[in-house]
Design a protein around this ligand. Structure first.
Ligand code: NI
Length: 137
């Protein structure tokens, strides 16, 4: 019989199989159970997206990796960046391999706009990973 304390919960999620396999492999190397690894990843996620006042002035960089093979992806990403031109100082594009691109977007402006831009980019299908460095200025 498994006893689950009241403050612990179980949930299910749909994620790419390959990602789960890599996650389990890494968790195993660190002697973490899957639950422990997910808990750690969730805590890191929350640390990465702290509650900053919406009007706080920030400077920073959004770094993302995406698969450029996906049909409209470049167009969608460029369109979003044009919409946020007031907070984007520059964009560097690096072709990582045949399929993957790395983009580093330098940003400056209100936290609300930078976070909104970051959220929009991350929601685009084909964007595999996105990190944001926020520096309070
Ligand atoms: Ni490229």
């Amino acid at each position: 019989m498994s006893i689950i304390p009241k403050e612990i919960t179980r949930f299910s999620a749909s994620i790419p199989l390959k990602l789960l396999e890599e996650f389990d492999k890494t968790a195993s190397k660190l002697s973490y159970t899957r639950s422990k690894g997910i808990e750690l990843a969730m805590r890191n996620f929350l640390t990465e997206y702290p509650q900053i006042q919406e009007t706080t002035k920030l400077a920073g960089a959004i770094t993302m990796v995406y698969e450029h093979s996906s049909k409209n992806l470049n167009r969608v990403l460029t369109k979003i960046q044009h919409q946020f031109r007031e907070v984007i100082s520059s964009t560097s594009h690096i072709h990582l391999d045949e399929a993957s691109c790395l983009e580093i977007i330098a940003v400056k402006g209100e936290a609300k706009s930078i976070q909104y831009l970051s959220n929009k980019l991350m929601a685009v299908k084909g964007v595999k990973q996105l990190r944001i460095a926020k520096l309070v200025i």
